[in-house]
Design a protein around this ligand. Structure first.
Ligand SMILES: [Cu+2]
Length: 120
């Protein structure tokens, strides 16, 4: 009999304990707020390659306007992963994603050629 009461009591404890543990929304909230700027430092845009300098890990691109960040301009970007240079040539139209790093340098994290358009 004692054993039955004990297991019943345990079952009740488990039942009532579980909802209390469902406080995970708070954990989710803190995970989100721990990194509120995760996307604020990255942008996606398109442009035309003007210069490629592998030895300096740099590539100069005339990029389109980036709303809320930059007007259309020609500027250098840094490339940390040399693989990203593969297949790129001056005058290529590209779409790319970059992040702002230390000292205002902009690092390309993904870049791909746009399909060549037929002559306008
Ligand atoms: Cu710019």
């Amino acid at each position: 009999m004692d054993a039955i009461i004990t297991s019943l009591a345990f079952a009740f404890l488990t039942l009532f304990a579980s909802p209390a543990e469902a406080g995970s929304p708070f954990e989710l909230g803190s995970i989100r707020s721990a990194n509120p700027m995760s996307d604020a430092n990255e942008w996606e845009t398109e442009g035309i390659i003007r210069r490629i300098e592998k030895e300096r890990s740099m590539i100069t691109i005339t990029h389109e306007e980036i709303p809320g960040y930059m007007r259309k301009m020609t500027m250098p970007f840094w490339i940390e992963d040399p693989k990203l240079f593969e297949g790129l040539e001056v005058d290529d139209e590209v779409s790319f994603r970059f992040r702002r790093g230390d000292k205002g340098k902009h690092f390309i994290i993904r870049i791909s050629k746009k399909p060549k358009r037929s002559s306008k």
